[in-house]
Write a protein that binds this ligand. Sequence first.
Ligand code: CA
Length: 436
Amino acid sequence: MHQLNETHAPDLRSWVERANDTGCDFPIQNLPFGVCLGAAGEGSRVVVAIGDQVLDVAKALAAGLFDGLAAEAAQACRTGRLNELMALGSAHQSALRLQLSRLLRAGSQHRAALEHCLSAMTQAQMLLPAQIGDFSDFFTSIHHATNSGRLVRPDNPLMPNFKHIPVAYHSRASSIVVSGTPCPRPTGQTKPAGASAPVFGPTRCLDFECEIGFYVGQGTQLGESIPLAKAHQHVFGLSLLNDWSARDMQAWESQPLGPFLAKSFMTTLSPWVITLEALAPFRTAAAARGDDAPELLPYLNEQSDRAHGGLALSLEISLQSQAMKKLGLAPCVISRPKFQDQYWTLFQMLAHQTSNGCNMLPGDLIGSGTVSGPREGELGCLKEMTADGKSAITLPNGEKRSYLEAGDEVVFRGRCERAGYASIGFGHCSGRVMGE
Ligand code: CA
């Protein structure tokens, strides 16, 4: 795992003033990477978030501000996407982070040169940060698995394989979009309760799933597996992920395969990639598996993963209906799941996915599955919050929601906090359901 180093020091301050604000998602201890649209003729640009500004990495390189491995890493950013930086591995990525941290610190002698490389975050049109070749989505919350299972198997909600194997499915990379993209209501085949035959039409059960997505850094060759002890070397960083889901389509098509069209119509990612190194202060023990848990198979069992494989990351799900927006009501928080409650770790997911020798490419995306906790107020999707639409939630203006309606905006946020360290945030992942 990443060791703590000078970039994590809680007393570091930046000459970018807003980065020092209490509650800022992007203090100098964070330094996440993203990609935005450049000026006319510039193409896309790799940028780093600092306070309310974005730093153009290639411009800083052209100004001669990096050397050694950091310069090689910055050179990889000239492609206008993160895949080449991801492929370089952690030594290059750490070197770039260290030099960025030193350049952006209060008192830096390079402030004048760097100011020409900054622009306002509000003006940056963020794009997907990488070319995502493949996307697989796991199912790693035992609470989500139990709550979902209870709706169809009240007496035996948890499938017998759950505590043995991190379950996943291959999802669709082509329909991954960046935060802010409107979500069209998909059409598909469903079989309403009591109906004798299926029908085709717009889903009536449009849902979100609050997840964490992580990007593969250095890839692997076909036939190669990533041992659990080395999995952290292949994780570049994390973003917020909304796995939009059509529950009625999912229920009918997933017999016995799937999910398929109930998920592939769209997946939304937050634009900033929080590096694994930035998250080092917030690593924690993997969630307790309980006294009755079966022994893990050796490839999923490793002492340092049990001790440090978890991540103390608090998530927040907000909803704003069209009517709330018209009334000037802010999005209301409807849930606060915690990522440290996930039964399987990020590293177990990667070790498992490559255990058959399937190769990974830099920029491949892996979703955690819905993040749900054990308590009310910690559920990660409407299906769980409303018992599949049977008990609607109430919004601040009195509206009821079983599933999403036209004009509803869903916003996820994430924040890591630990006493003695600077808190860092993930920005946000949002999407509004299309239609009036
Ligand atoms: Ca999912």
